[in-house]
Design a protein around this ligand. Structure first.
Ligand SMILES: Cc1ncc(COP(=O)(O)O)c(C=O)c1O
Length: 353
């Protein structure tokens, strides 16, 4: 296996910035070496085709398309569901709005409406009140975008019953549901259900292979056959057609076959860290709210805490002026989790002085 690409001394860090920092597993390097390759833009990439078939099977959808990133998969879905001038409903801190640099307006030309929520899932009745019929005056609501698990809401999971309520509401109005399922496998593991139980409530779902599932690159957008045909055109239009993409798809197949159940370990460590940090002076954590692999830590000055922690070998991102986000993943084991807790304890003691 090649040397890990850390800068000098970096291995010593406990890297809790994101689950995207995971390095490929040995099984992934083996799968890349052995992958049968073709040209996916010419439509004859056998390993990409295998990954897409597997993704469709896991989500219970008719078809799937492999894309370079979660952002591209989400934005292709939005472009396929809408026409310029349509309205789209999002939870107010949805990744698709918050972190995709205005793409819904720039690429799809849609009007974005937002609704607040405590745990990433706006009340379906409130969503329904916002649905607009297209008229001479108003844009018509075409799609509601959901996020499970919800990144900015600390990895919160949308309960299955809420998903089903969104489905009933969407059917009443003839509108579509898209799920940003970047971490939907975390959501499914936390709910104790297969991903298809969530996916069957939405029209399209995009999930990431390159987060807790440890692939280096890639996401898969899944939906009905006609939708995915349209998505392939959008992928090409955006420059997302890739040639010997089987090298990456081979890793994705390992992700889906070997890495899903392991996510429960990340959830267990996230909870353990939350419990420990909540007991330290100057820190509070909503322990019950830690459902998956993300922990939101409330402190007085998040950027300063982040700098102090980095000096002690722990990397994490300030999420706001008073919140740090910690993300657990396969490259953080129990020993590293303990080191992170010890570093927090040191900074807490110093701050309390
Ligand atoms: C909820 C959510 N959706 C989408 C994405 C986008 O994925 P990518 O970074 O592959 O574009 C992310 C990335 O962190 C995410 O957390």
């Amino acid at each position: 296996m090649p040397e890990r690409g850390f800068p000098e001394g970096h291995e010593r860090f406990v890297d809790l910035r994101s689950d995207t920092v995971t390095r490929p597993t040995k099984a992934m390097y083996d799968a890349m070496r052995d992958a049968v390759l073709g040209d996916d833009v010419l439509g004859d990439e056998p390993t990409v085709a295998r990954l897409e078939a597997l993704a469709a099977e896991k989500t219970g959808k008719e078809a799937a398309v492999f894309v370079p990133s979660g952002t591209m998969g989400n934005q292709i879905a939005l472009a396929c569901h809408t026409q310029p001038g349509d309205a789209v409903i999002f939870e107010e801190e949805a990744h698709m709005l918050y972190y995709e640099v205005g793409a819904p307006g720039v690429l799809s030309g849609v009007v974005s409406w937002t609704l607040p929520s405590e745990r990433g899932a706006p009340d379906p009745d409130e969503v329904e009140k916002r649905v607009l019929r297209a008229s001479l005056h108003t844009p018509g609501t075409r799609v509601v975008c959901l996020e499970n698990s919800h990144n900015r809401k600390g990895g919160a999971v949308i309960p299955l019953e809420t998903h089903r309520a969104y489905r009933r509401m969407a059917d009443r109005h003839g509108i579509a549901l898209h799920l940003d399922g970047a971490r939907v496998f975390n959501g499914a593991v936390a709910l104790g259900v297969p991903v298809r139980a969530i996916a069957e409530t939405v029209d399209s779902i995009n999930f990431c292979l390159s987060k807790g599932l440890r692939s280096p690159i890639g996401s898969v957008l899944c939906g009905c056959g006609a939708f995915i045909e349209k998505a392939r055109v959008w992928r090409k239009r955006l420059g997302g057609g890739m040639r010997q993409a089987g090298l990456l798809a081979a890793c994705g197949i390992v992700s889906l076959t070997q890495e899903v159940e392991r996510l429960a370990e990340d959830h267990r460590r996230a909870k353990a860290i939350a419990v420990a940090l909540d007991q330290l002076p100057g820190i509070s954590v909503d322990v019950a709210g830690v459902e998956t692999n993300i922990v939101r830590v409330n402190v007085d000055r998040a950027p300063e805490w982040s700098r102090q922690l980095e000096r002690r070998g722990v990397l994490c991102l300030p999420f706001s002026a008073t919140v740090l986000r910690l993300v657990l993943h396969a490259d953080v084991d129990d020993e590293q989790a303990s080191r992170a807790i010890a570093a927090f304890a040191e900074v807490a003691a110093q701050t309390a002085r």
